[in-house]
Design a protein around this ligand. Structure first.
Ligand code: PLP
Length: 298
């Protein structure tokens, strides 16, 4: 059977980013049966015995606890498991002197889903004015861009939007220290345009694949450019502090009215569990939460 696909169906069938890498790996392993490969896989964290033990102990604790039924045997709230939300909330308020409430936090199935929600809730075509006969479909209204302020960035962002033409990436400038054989990527602020045609901004910090860390000042400058247009900034902190803190350059998480700090437990040893955490303004969190609930109604 060869069912006809819609625009979205076609878009979601494409082999983008990580899926393309995974397909390559699976096909190579299958084709090379009998040969010995070192499968470095796509993004899997190294299994550290101490971290592995920590999660085993926590799982054993959960299995033995009265909470097991609540965690596994019940539908949860669409915002996430409340004790996890409370723990993140208390930790962030203590560490960074914030005054977050539980309305500022959303738990998601892996952090990459946050960028999909964001890219499609804030980027793409806005609804056209309701003048009959309405023929706008997905491509009515005006186009809002998903801006990646410094390319190269995470391969997964390439397929993040259902409207591919909405994604734009900016070329960086390079600070070159030839004598030391070093260079640093910098956002090219002369090219970076954030205005009323921008839906949202996404970048990873630290960056996968380059390891570059945008400085605190660069992040604040991007957020300040976006603020007058009410554009949310999603900072993919899958490798950043406070956890897993796999940053090898000093950095501090930056918070702000239009900044959503996005975290993942994948690089802290739990990629199979699919746990992402978005922390930010209540209104933005609500949009993401609705998107999530409407996508997988429960
Ligand atoms: C930049 C970046 N963001 C996020 C993730 C993790 O995503 P998830 O939380 O969906 O596992 C990865 C994993 O490779 C990554 O490299």
């Amino acid at each position: 059977m060869n069912p006809a696909l819609t625009q979205f169906g076609t878009q979601m069938s494409h082999l983008t980013g990580v899926r393309a890498i995974m397909k390559d790996i699976i096909e190579t392993l299958r084709a090379g049966r009998g040969q010995e490969f070192i499968n470095l896989s796509a993004g899997n964290p190294v299994i550290l015995p101490e971290v592995d033990q920590l999660w085993r102990d926590s799982t054993a604790e959960l299995l033995a606890s009265a909470e097991y039924g609540e965690v596994v045997g019940h539908y949860g709230s669409s915002q996430g498991y409340q004790p996890l939300i409370n723990a993140v909330l208390a930790d962030f308020n203590r560490r960074y002197g914030l005054s977050l409430t539980d309305r500022n936090i959303l738990i998601t199935p892996g952090s990459q889903s946050i960028y999909f929600y964001a890219a499609n809730a804030f980027g793409g075509y806005t609804a056209p004015p309701p003048s009959p006969p309405y023929q706008g479909g997905a491509r009515g209204g005006s186009l809002k861009h998903i801006v990646l302020p410094l390319s190269p960035d995470y391969t997964g962002y390439g397929g993040v939007s259902l409207i591919p033409e909405a994604v734009i990436a900016c070329k960086p400038t390079l600070d070159i220290d030839a004598a030391a054989h070093r260079f640093k990527y910098r956002p090219d602020f002369s090219q970076l345009s954030i205005d009323e045609t921008t839906g949202c901004v996404i970048f990873s910090r630290p960056c996968n694949p380059t390891g570059n860390v945008l400085t605190d000042d660069e992040v604040k400058k991007i957020a300040a450019l976006a603020a007058p247009f009410n554009v949310p900034i999603f900072i993919d902190s899958a490798y950043g502090p406070p956890f897993p803190a796999l940053n090898f350059t000093e950095m501090t998480p930056i918070f702000g009215d239009n900044i959503v700090h996005c975290m993942s437990l994948s690089k802290a040893g739990l990629p199979g569990e699919r746990i992402g955490i978005a922390i930010g303004d209540q209104k933005i969190i609500q949009v993401l939460e609705s998107f999530q609930t409407n996508m997988c109604i429960h």
